[in-house]
Write a protein that binds this ligand. Structure first.
Ligand code: PLP
Length: 389
């Protein structure tokens, strides 16, 4: 099998399993317990937080372990928005981009429906980029004083476009608006130093990085208040109650540390392979359209539309040849609606239905991508012929 769906999920790295194993077995303590087992668990959790803080360049107390990227995004949007409006009722606007993951977009929609916030959506260009000047104009009303929180994702999960997060964060800072970025797809491929990026909040998910599904991390800059979403025993300094998942926190920290250590070499290799793959597909499939930005894109993502086909049918043809990819984001899978991300980029509905995403890990080889390109050329031809027939 050639697995080209790493943006959906990744297998757990062996070193990560080894690091977390003791906390599922003999070191099974509850970090809140006042005995040796509990203390060992609390120490492991603190060490995991320190390791993650090291990669993100922040204080350990600025991190909250969550159940994944979705919860981290929910906590950032809802938590910051509700806290900011509680201190100043004028802060009732949310600003997000048009291509956010549903974890952000639907959190904003919830805040609108249930809490009466207004949501302003910053459009993107045909390459999926947010124009900083447009972002600045949307923030401008009352010099940003009425904006509770702004959120623009670091790297898009469907087309891989990478935003100039530092520039956007600087604009938000000038206007005194807290800026959150969803870095779920960026983690492992792009720099995560939150101070250099200038962001106030940043979300990460474990399972895109070689940690298990069901663990994530939210950074919130010290001084930015946020309401907890889950109440109870006051764990995570009151930010997220519930007995801590020590093993998964250790797993996420280990995966973050390992992926950061491999990043520089992995990125170079991936960009070379990605670009060779894109060039091949565009040269050999005359109808193919690259989606997303040509260069400001994740090193690991190549995404296309193949007008005249159906993305689902090409995906199935490829799967028959043991090549695994995605016809949209896995989170939206099962829906027949064309992708909101692609339509926000101005791609016609029928063309958006023909989208395929190829995303790989740092262990992919050039031979695997060449084989995938060969099969893709044949699959697009076959599906296109059937469609016309
Ligand atoms: N944000 C982005 C950009 C994603 O790609 C995903 C998952 O695909 C998520 C958030 C949700 O993360 P999780 O699956 O950990 O809930």
């Amino acid at each position: 099998m050639i697995f080209l769906d790493a943006a959906a999920t990744t297998p757990v790295r062996r070193a990560v399993i080894e690091a977390m194993f003791p906390f599922l077995t003999n070191q099974f303590g509850n970090p809140s317990s006042h005995h040796e087992l509990g203390e060992a668990a609390a120490n492991a959790l603190a060490a995991a937080r320190d390791q993650a803080a090291d990669v993100l360049g922040c204080h350990p107390e600025e991190l909250v372990f969550t159940s994944g990227g979705t919860e981290a995004d929910n906590l950032a949007l809802k938590g910051i928005a509700l806290a900011r409006r509680a201190t100043d009722p004028r802060r009732s606007r949310l600003v997000i981009s048009a291509i956010e993951h549903p974890a952000v977009a639907d959190s904003a929609d919830y805040l609108h429906r249930v809490h009466g916030f207004t949501v302003e959506v910053v459009p993107v260009g045909p390459d999926g980029m947010v124009d900083p000047a447009k972002f600045s104009r949307v923030l401008a009303g009352a010099a940003g004083a009425d904006v509770a929180v702004a959120s623009v994702m670091y790297a898009n999960n469907e087309v891989g476009t990478v935003q100039d997060v530092a520039a956007l964060a600087a604009i938000a800072r000038e206007r005194g608006v807290p800026f959150h970025t969803d870095a779920v797809q960026a983690a492992g491929w792009l720099p995560l130093d939150v101070r250099a990026l200038g962001v106030d909040a940043l979300s990460i998910s474990g399972h895109k990085l070689g940690a298990p599904k069901g663990v994530g991390l939210l950074y919130v800059r010290g001084g930015v208040g946020f309401e907890p979403l889950i109440h109870g025993g006051g764990q995570e300094r009151g930010s997220r109650s519930g007995t801590e998942n020590v093993a998964f926190a250790v797993a996420l920290a280990t995966a973050l540390r390992l992926s950061e250590a491999d990043r520089a070499a992995g990125v170079e290799h991936a960009i070379r392979l990605r670009d060779a793959f894109i060039d091949q597909v565009l040269a050999r499939v005359p109808s193919a359209r690259l989606t997303g930005h040509r260069t400001s894109r994740l090193p690991s993502v190549a995404s296309f539309c193949f007008p005249g086909t159906s993305g689902e049918s090409v995906l199935l043809e490829l799967e028959r040849q043991s090549i695994i990819c995605s016809s949209g984001s896995a989170c939206a899978a099962g829906s027949d609606e064309p992708s909101a991300v692609l339509t926000a980029m101005g791609i016609e509905r029928e063309v958006a239905q023909t989208a395929l995403r190829f995303s790989f890990g740092s262990d992919v080889t050039g031979d695997q991508l060449d084989a995938a390109a060969d099969e893709l050329v044949l699959a697009v031809e076959r599906v296109g012929r059937l469609g016309r027939g």
